[in-house]
Write a protein that binds this ligand. Structure first.
Ligand code: DX5
Ligand code: ZN
Length: 232
C-alpha cells in the first residue's frame, strides 16, 4: 500500500491535495505537537474536515506527547488507522484497545533509535507497526537504511505467525529507496516529498507501487500484490 503524506502538500488546499492522489491506498496525516517533535502541524479539527472531503482512508501518525489521552479521539472521528509512538505512551496496550474499540486499526511507531525487541509482546495488541526511517519531525530527509533490520525482524515475526501486522515505513521513501524497504518486509510505504514534490502526484503513487511490488517477494499483506503466501 502507498500512503502519501500530506505533510508535503499545500495545507491551504488539503481536500484538493487528497483528490490528486485518489489512487493511493491510505492518506498519511502527520500530527505534530511541537513537544514530542520540534514541529507543529495540525490536529483533530483538521482531520475531521479531511474526513468529510476525501474517501481515502486516513492514516493518522501522531507525533505527540500523551497519546494515551488524544489517540482514541482520532479513531472516534473516523480515521482508518491511528498510530502513536511507544516513546511517548504511558500504557500502549490500553491505548491500542481504546483505538480498536472505536473502530480503527491501532498502530505503534518506533523512532530510528528505538529497538523492536522489547515491544514484540505489546505488538500483539496492534494492527500496524510504523518503523520510522528518518527522525520524526520533518519531511524531505534522507532514508536511514540502518533501521531496515527492524523491518526484517518484524516481518520474520509475522511470517512465523507470532504477529499479524501491517509493517509501514515512513521517511525518505522514494523510487530509489522503496525497493530496499519492500525487500526487508515492509508492505505500507509513506511518501511525502516523493509524491507531492512530483509534477504529477498521481503518477508518482503508481510509480512507487510498481517499484515496490516486485521486491516484496510474496511477504506483503497489502493491496493485491498477488502474493502466493499461504496462511497455513
Ligand atoms: C516525518 C513524517 C513523515 C514525512 C515523510 O516525521 O512522519 O510522514 O511526511 O516525508 P518524506 O517522505 O518527504 O520523507
Ligand atoms: Zn508520518
Amino acid at each position: 500500500m502507498i500512503a502519501p503524506s500530506i505533510l508535503s502538500a499545500d495545507f491551504a488546499r488539503l481536500g484538493e491535495e487528497a483528490d490528486r492522489v485518489d489512487n493511493a491506498d491510505w492518506l498519511h496525516v502527520d500530527v505534530m505537537d511541537a513537544h514530542f517533535v520540534p514541529n507543529l502541524t495540525l490536529g483533530l479539527p483538521v482531520v475531521k474536515s479531511l474526513l468529510k472531503s476525501t474517501a481515502l482512508p486516513l492514516d493518522c501518525h501522531l507525533m505527540i506527547d500523551d497519546p494515551d489521552r488524544w489517540a482514541p479521539g482520532y479513531a472516534e472521528a473516523g480515521a482508518a488507522n491511528v498510530t502513536f509512538h511507544i516513546e511517548a505512551a504511558r500504557d500502549a496496550v490500553q491505548t491500542a484497545r481504546a483505538i480498536r474499540a472505536a473502530g480503527a486499526l491501532a498502530g505503534l511507531s518506533i523512532k530510528p533509535g528505538t529497538p523492536i525487541e522489547p515491544y514484540l509482546e505489546v505488538l500483539r495488541e496492534f494492527d500496524t507497526l510504523l518503523v520510522m526511517t528518518v527522525e520524526p519531525g520533518f519531511g524531505g530527509q534522507s532514508f536511514m537504511s540502518e533501521v531496515l533490520p527492524k523491518v526484517r525482524r518484524a516481518r520474520n515475526e509475522v511470517t512465523a505467525g507470532h504477529l499479524r501486522l501491517f509493517i509501514e515505513v515512513d521517511g525518505g521513501i522514494a523510487l530509489d529507496t522503496i525497493e530496499a524497504a519492500a525487500e526487508a518486509g515492509a508492505d505500507v510505504f509513506v511518501a511525502g516529498s516523493a509524491v507531492y514534490d512530483a509534477a504529477d502526484p498521481h503518477a508518482a503513487v503508481t510509480a512507487l507501487r510498481d517499484r515496490a511490488r516486485p521486491a516484496m517477494n510474496g511477504t506483503g499483506t497489502g493491496s493485491g500484490s498477488g502474493s502466493g503466501e499461504t496462511s497455513g
